[in-house]
Design a protein around this ligand. Structure first.
Ligand code: SF4
Length: 346
């Protein structure tokens, strides 16, 4: 469908052999758009599957609107899906939505609402704040339809299929984000780092070992994705030795695995501490009810992450107090005494 209806050529970042990007173009019809960056997986899943929308042209158009206005497609598509569920359940009507029938699969309404969000116009101004704020505005049981952690809409990787994702979403500093660590690549089997046992072992299905996996994926991921800025897709084939060698060749430094893991760990604690300073506590390290609902059919039938177990193990490994704040001792150990002083002032 993509190839027939919107595909307009491959694109790549400079020198990358993976070339994951696709251009899209819609030549005519209500979703006409000039040739430009096409929708990727997350965008197709949010504006498509989440909204029960089968029009790939409308997804390409919504993607173009988001790109041109600096809007994240996961948040925008998920927020519109949330609004559709509110509409379908009678929590909002056409009076609230400026006359737009926000029903499942209504591709024209989805694109119109994307435009209104971009312009903060009418009901678009409510949705432009994201689904968490919109749920507060709408009231009733709207919060039941949220997929947010710390206010950020979850990406299209279901923690019921891989429980480590659930822990990764819950404890990520910026909320439910699949780029916050390498947990997704490690548990999903797309990276294999033989130098780090937790990132190269076969885990049984379920929640066992996911706390250790997350800690290792955070420490190494902070180095790999945040400090060295490797692309998580293009960099997948690299093991740790190759990645560190590349950094050393370019910088002239002589980093070891232990040093990059120490830097990654320090960076992770810095982010966590800043999140704590903004007010996040243990109560915020939780998945929304929607993602903890047991499905009665399909590939993830009967499977939900054991969040209590994983969080307890993770807090112990990271040396958090019961409120979700790293202890002074661990912050001093990783080289963040100023942060320790701010978080433990008494
Ligand atoms: S894999 Fe990464 S570096 Fe390569 S084209 Fe895609 S985004 Fe760019």
């Amino acid at each position: 469908m993509i190839e027939e209806k919107i595909f307009a050529g491959h694109k790549t970042c400079y020198g990358c052999g993976v070339a994951c990007k696709k251009n899209a173009e819609v030549k005519d019809g209500p979703f006409k758009m000039e040739k430009g960056p096409g929708p990727e997986y997350e965008t197709i899943a949010t504006f498509g599957c989440m909204c029960l929308n089968s029009s790939i042209e409308s997804i390409a158009k919504a993607n173009e609107i988001c790109n041109r206005n600096g809007m994240d497609t996961i948040t925008c598509g998920s927020t519109i899906a949330f609004a559709i569920e509110c509409f379908e359940n009678g929590l909002i009507t056409e009076k609230d939505t400026d006359g737009i029938r926000l029903t499942w699969g209504n591709s024209e309404a989805i694109v119109k609402m994307t435009e209104k969000i971009a312009r903060r116009e009418g009901f678009g101004a409510v949705l432009a704040q994201g689904s968490l704020k919109a749920a507060e505005h709408i009231g009733g049981n709207a919060a039941d339809f949220l997929t947010t952690v710390k206010g950020l809409e979850a990406p299209m990787h279901d923690p019921r299929s891989a429980h480590g994702y659930g822990l990764a979403y819950a404890i990520s500093p910026r909320g439910a984000c699949h780029e916050a660590s390498l947990t997704f690549e490690a548990e999903g089997g797309t990276i294999f780092i033989p130098e780090i046992p937790e990132l190269s072992s076969d885990l049984p299905e379920g929640s066992e070992g996911r706390a250790e996996l997350n800690v290792a994926a955070q420490d190494y991921g902070m180095f790999f994705s945040n400090c060295a800025v490797f692309c998580n897709l293009g960099g997948m084939p690299l093991n740790a030795t190759q990645a560190i060698n590349l950094v050393n060749y370019v910088t002239g430094f002589d980093y070891t695995l232990e040093e990059v893991l120490a830097a990654g760990r320090r960076l992770w604690y810095l982010k966590r501490g800043l999140t704590n300073l903004f007010g996040a506590r243990a109560k915020d390290d939780r998945l929304p009810r929607r993602l903890m609902t047991v499905l009665e059919e399909g590939p993830t039938e009967g499977s939900v992450p054991d969040m209590d177990r994983m969080l307890a193990e993770f807090y112990e490994l990271r040396d958090f107090d019961s409120d979700g704040v790293p202890t002074k001792k661990v912050l001093d150990q990783v080289g963040l005494p100023d942060l320790a002083a701010l978080l433990h002032q008494s």
